[in-house]
Ligand binder design. Sequence first.
Ligand code: ACO
Length: 422
Amino acid sequence: MHNMTKKVTISFDDKTIELPLIVGSEGERAIDISSLRAKTGLITLDSGYANTASCLSSITFIDGEKSILNYRGYPIKMLAEGYDFISIAWLLIFGELPTTEERSSFRKILTKEELLHENLLHHFKAFPDYGHPMAMLSAVVNSMGCYDQTLLEAGHPKDFLLSASIIISKIRTIAACTYRKSMGLPLNYPNPAHSYSANFLHMMFSLPHKEHVPNPDAVKALDLFFLLHADHEQNCSCSTVRMVGSSNASIFASVSAGISALWGPLHGGANAAVIEMLESIQNGEHTIDELLELVKQKKKKLMGFGHRVYKNIDPRANLLKTAAENLLEKLKIADPLLDIAMELYEKATKDSYCIEKNLHPNVDFYSGIVLRALNIPVNMFPVMFAIGRTPGWIAHWHEGQLNDKKIQRPRQVYVGETLRSL
Ligand code: ACO
């Protein structure tokens, strides 16, 4: 998979050393600096890890210049058109699309694991109604680890499928509970007759006197939303999961940490920030032109634009744009925010600042429109992202357990006070 025969020569002071050049299966080249300090006394400094690969990985490939996103070698568009979220979860975690039998037995385990332990449900009584759903989600996912001590060990292959299934299935139940809690509504039990995504909508919206019958178009759009968020290689939350897992912390603790990392507005919180930005235009706080001017003056960020890896359009953004348009049409919803988003897209992509900085819409630019059409409130947006991202976190946690032999522990360049006396 990677070729280490080539070397890179580095000269420093009067020393010249050779370091191995690693070549990935898609041709990406990396200098293996693991022996740099031993050979020269030097370390590297790379703020935000923008030029640092933290691991070798076989799960997801992104070429940000060419708008390519492949899960296990398959283009995202192909997968989005032919498969559902559960099959993609299997693909990410186990490396191959499931056979009919594997798909059906995976579905059975997920259904079996969809209920929360009754004691776990009591956690929701103790949270304040105004508590943020992401805080509850992270806390309850971590607490799940208390209910089966055997699953707390690092990467045991026999129990791995069970641990993965427990998290993928129950995170949807927990997520719906966080919403019900914040609305002062009774918590709903899952209904095994529903598909993964329909079951989530049932748990969100069914009332004691009125069962919510999920609309098939809504279910399809939600499943696509989850699928498109399922993995995105070594982003902030994924790297967090791998880092926590590198200390041999359990899969529950690691995924819980990933949820916390996802919460921030520069990562999973961005889709909510996009809606706030579009609303600020809708309520007349500023026009699109004024917003773009503020962006140029660095007084505001254009939320839902820009990406560390994509310097071209995010392929997920295109798929979600189409999904948003179809869903609004099917559900006969006229959302003025979509019109504002389209106008902003037109103006921003022709704007000299955005062109110069290579700012294109990312997945979050349209995802909020889809979630609004599904009646998901804005404070639940990062929770929705977390449900979708869970298979990716699990796949990376597992890959890390199998391949990463060292605890992750970066160095630093100390710039504080030198030794001083009191
Ligand atoms: N609006 C305005 N300017 C931007 C934006 C933006 N959205 N994104 C980048 N820039 C500018 C930066 O100010 C910087 O300008 P400079 O060269 O004058 O210093 C330049 O473009 C390079 O940007 P960086 O911040 O170095 O890019 P980085 O890779 O660190 O950040 C990030 C990526 C965090 C996604 C950034 O583009 C951003 O904040 N976007 C808005 C938030 C957002 O949409 N996040 C979702 C990301 S996708 C996801 O998590 C699913």
